[in-house]
Design a protein around this ligand. Structure first.
Ligand SMILES: Nc1ncnc2c1ncn2[C@@H]1O[C@H](COP(=O)(O)OP(=O)(O)OP(=O)(O)O)[C@@H](O)[C@H]1O
Ligand SMILES: [Mg+2]
Length: 266
């Protein structure tokens, strides 16, 4: 690869550092998911004791692979970011659909680079759109080519052998090839929030310094609209933008309903 190509390749490589200003207390999820997430946290904190001090290295795999699955906007990326934040690790998100469509064909060296850096830096790797690589072979028409591809094979192998924590995210568990699902240490479902959880998301999301024109019936809004946490945050942005340009700068209940309708249309 000549130098200019190499430079732009590295700049455009779809790997992004993920951070969050939020905390565990902000994560609205059911107890099952939280318990499974806690196990990853314990692993991150005590891996060394388990593997080395207790000498379990020969018995249990030193890597930890988890599958996060569920609809868009339900907190998968946020959870990965929180795991990093609370254990002092960097989290890097790799968009697998982009890697597979654009970057495969590039040299293995670049892939190797990322994994080497991740292992030495103790990064948490978060593979978004995992279907692109771990999807059921029958689902994609060009699968044969893909799996025959040397870089894909190499990427799969590096993920399998990765000694750190790797999280794979997808919207449907059913899209993931069973050959892979058997090898996950945890499979965590991120469901759409129920009405009670939505009420929390609305109230906490809108709890900043945002000025309101009057009381807003959050109970009614939470009951009526089945939105994800991510969609509720989009409505928040919509409301803030609507309010900031009017005199006085206040959010009305109509702003909320309008924002909701926009989200439901998506
Ligand atoms: N369960 C949740 N609890 C609290 N906030 C949430 C939750 N889910 C989503 N949010 C809010 O929505 C934002 C977007 O969510 P996030 O990016 O984690 O969704 P995702 O599951 O990764 O979605 P996608 O499948 O589209 O990648 C979060 O940063 C957070 O502000
Ligand atoms: Mg995400």
């Amino acid at each position: 690869m000549d130098n200019t190509v190499k430079k732009s390749f590295l700049e455009n490589w779809p790997v992004r550092h993920v951070e969050t200003p939020l905390n565990w207390g902000d994560l609205v999820l059911d107890a099952y998911a939280l318990e499974d997430i806690r196990e990853i946290l314990i692993w991150l904190e005590h891996q060394k004791v388990l593997l080395q001090d207790w000498n379990l290295e020969r018995r249990i795999n030193q890597g930890y692979r988890a599958l996060f699955y569920g609809p868009p906007g339900t907190g998968k990326t946020m959870t990965a970011a929180l795991l990093g934040k609370s254990t002092g690790r960097d989290v890097y998100k790799i968009d697998l659909s982009q890697v597979v469509s654009k970057y495969i064909g590039e040299t293995e060296k670049n892939l190797a680079n990322i994994f080497d850096q991740a292992e030495s830096g103790r990064w948490i790797l978060f593979f978004d759109e995992a279907d692109a690589l771990f999807g059921r072979r029958s689902l994609s028409k060009d699968a044969k080519d893909r799996y025959a591809n040397q870089e894909v094979a190499y990427l799969l192998q590096r993920i399998e052998e990765f000694s750190g924590v790797a999280i794979l995210a997808t919207n449907f568990k059913g899209n993931i090839d069973e050959a892979f699902t058997r090898r996950f240490q945890a499979m965590i479902y991120f469901p759409m929030p129920n009405a009670e959880q939505r009420l929390r998301l609305w109230k906490e999301g809108f709890s900043g310094q945002l000025p309101f024109a009057g009381d807003i019936d959050w109970e009614d809004i939470a009951q009526k609209y089945e939105l994800s946490g991510g969609a509720i945050i989009n409505v928040l942005r919509h409301c803030a933008l609507a309010a900031v340009q009017r005199q006085p700068a206040v959010v009305t209940e109509e702003d909320v309903h309008k924002g909701v309708r926009r989200e439901l249309r998506k």
